[in-house]
Ligand binder design. Structure first.
Ligand SMILES: [Zn+2]
Length: 165
């Protein structure tokens, strides 16, 4: 059966919102405390297939790119810092575990202000945006992993912002 494009898109979005809902409701608190990763959200490159701006290769973009200019980056949910470091693609990055199955990743930072093993809280500053790694300009690379797979970060943030009371 062939589904019309927008219907397929809707089904895809709903299934992801259900995944997001499940990911969020694992938390003991309800509704959970959350923060946006930046004060304001301006995507410059979306999640999904794209031509990489540096390599020119067709690759799946596992997160979104958000406009940032030497800005504080905030932890989106309570959690524990799993890893910090430098990667030639992601630059200086912070990986935070919010549960056994849910992680958030923040890349291309200029400064990291947390350390592995540290407990962090929603809204806590974890670093300052930058242009480290493989970039054409300064931005935040932000990604969500659920059960070892990336999920659309904006749909996830939307799910957090619209939690049932
Ligand atoms: Zn990116």
């Amino acid at each position: 059966m062939i589904m019309p494009g927008n219907l397929l898109k809707q089904a895809w979005l709903i299934s992801f919102l259900i995944i997001c809902h499940n990911a969020i409701s694992q938390s003991a608190q309800n509704p959970v405390n959350f923060s946006l990763p930046l004060k304001s959200i301006h995507p410059t490159s979306v999640y999904g297939w794209r031509i990489h701006p540096v390599t020119g290769k067709f690759r799946f973009h596992q997160g979104i790119d958000l406009k940032a200019r030497r800005e504080f980056i905030y932890t989106i949910l309570d959690g524990t810092v799993l890893q910090t470091g430098f990667d030639m693609h992601t630059g200086n990055y912070v990986l935070i575990a919010h549960s056994q199955e849910l992680q958030s990743l923040y890349g291309h930072l200029s400064t990291i202000t947390v350390y592995p093993g540290e407990m962090v809280f929603a809204g806590q500053v974890l670093g300052i945006s930058g242009s480290t790694g493989q970039v054409t300009g300064e931005h935040l690379h932000f990604a969500i992993r659920y059960r070892s797979k990336s999920i659309p970060p904006l749909a996830f943030l939307y799910g957090l912002a619209n939690q049932p009371p």
